[in-house]
Write a protein that binds this ligand. Structure first.
Ligand SMILES: NC(=O)c1ccc[n+]([C@@H]2O[C@H](COP(=O)([O-])OP(=O)(O)OC[C@H]3O[C@@H](n4cnc5c(N)ncnc54)[C@H](OP(=O)(O)O)[C@@H]3O)[C@@H](O)[C@H]2O)c1
Length: 272
């Protein structure tokens, strides 16, 4: 989808962190936006900011753990903006803790927000996209979905699910004009869930040293324009790490011990 001007998009997780950077970047390209999250005040501020950039936008207070609300979001967006061309499933939740200490409701919330809601939202907008022969679904996963992370099992599992969901969709949608992409950032500095904890836990391990919101938004725009299947966003190319896990599945504990991520995420887990 080379031309983004006057396209219509749904963006989840638009109230803070990477979602705000994505909203601004899409608006600068002329994309009209349905912005979703639970924090209506923050969402309205983002809406006003992007309207000032010259696009149409609405804020949709949505709790993605509620099935009905996912469908309501798609309806409200289409009613106001018209046909949806772009869906960016960006909202996500993360908690670092030993798995046996995870409250069951936090496990369920991670599955609902990180995996189930993107699937249901995709399902809501896909028929229209396929009918029109045009559309792009972009799923915000994580490097944690490629290489896993200790003390983050629900997060890693849901983000890995999102990666495979995207690849299944791509195969299924071939020749329909509708694409699906997945973005896998490593730790992101400056803003977002990792940046908020950085002062307490210190710098991330060297090979996983942080990327920036700008690089992540660039990857998202590239995915929309060129239907790029999968992009890993990390200063040091991390694909060899995920290939290693594919070739030698038993290497995961060694890999994280060697990278320093076991120690790092354990510190995060203690702070949680
Ligand atoms: N930052 C990183 O280092 C990093 C690295 C890799 C991948 N990612 C991924 O990038 C995405 C954005 O992360 P971020 O760092 O920007 O996170 P963030 O700052 O914590 O923002 C998360 C967003 O998701 C929304 N959200 C959470 N629970 C929700 C719910 N039940 N219903 C609706 N919206 C909900 C939040 O809005 P409300 O609280 O207002 O609902 C917020 O807008 C996530 O998918 C994350 O996994 C981030």
């Amino acid at each position: 989808m080379e031309e983004l001007r006057n396209r219509n998009a749904i963006l989840t997780g638009a109230s803070r962190g990477l979602g705000v950077h994505l909203a601004r970047a899409l608006a600068r390209e002329g994309v009209n936006l349905a912005l979703a999250a639970r924090s209506s005040g923050a969402l309205e501020e983002v809406r006003d900011e992007v309207i000032a950039l010259g696009v149409d936008a609405l804020s949709c207070r949505t709790d993605l753990t509620e099935k009905g609300e996912v469908e309501n979001l798609a309806d409200a967006a289409e009613r106001r903006l018209g046909p949806i061309d772009i869906l960016v499933n960006n909202a996500g939740v993360q908690l670092s803790a030993p798995f046996q200490d995870y409250p069951p409701e936090r496990v369920e919330r991670a599955v609902r927000v990180n995996l189930l809601a993107p699937m249901l939202l995709t399902r809501a907008v896909l028929p229209g996209m396929v009918r029109r022969g045009r559309g792009q679904v972009v799923n915000m996963s994580s490097l944690a979905g490629k290489i896993g992370l200790p003390f983050s099992a629900p997060y890693g599992a849901t983000k890995a699910g999102l990666i495979m969901f995207t690849h299944c969709l791509r195969a299924e949608l071939e020749d329909t004009g509708v694409g699906a992409s997945v973005i896998c950032p490593g730790f992101v500095a400056e803003d977002g869930m990792y940046a908020r904890t950085r002062e307490e836990v210190g710098p991330a391990p060297k090979l996983l040293s942080p990327t920036t919101p700008r690089r992540v938004t660039r990857a998202v725009l590239r995915a929309i324009r060129h239907d790029v299947a999968e992009q890993l966003v990390n200063p040091i190319p991390p694909r060899p790490l995920s290939v290693l896990r594919e070739i030698i599945p038993g290497s995961t504990p060694w890999l994280h011990r060697t990278l320093g991520s076991t120690r790092f995420v354990r510190t995060l887990a203690r702070g949680a």
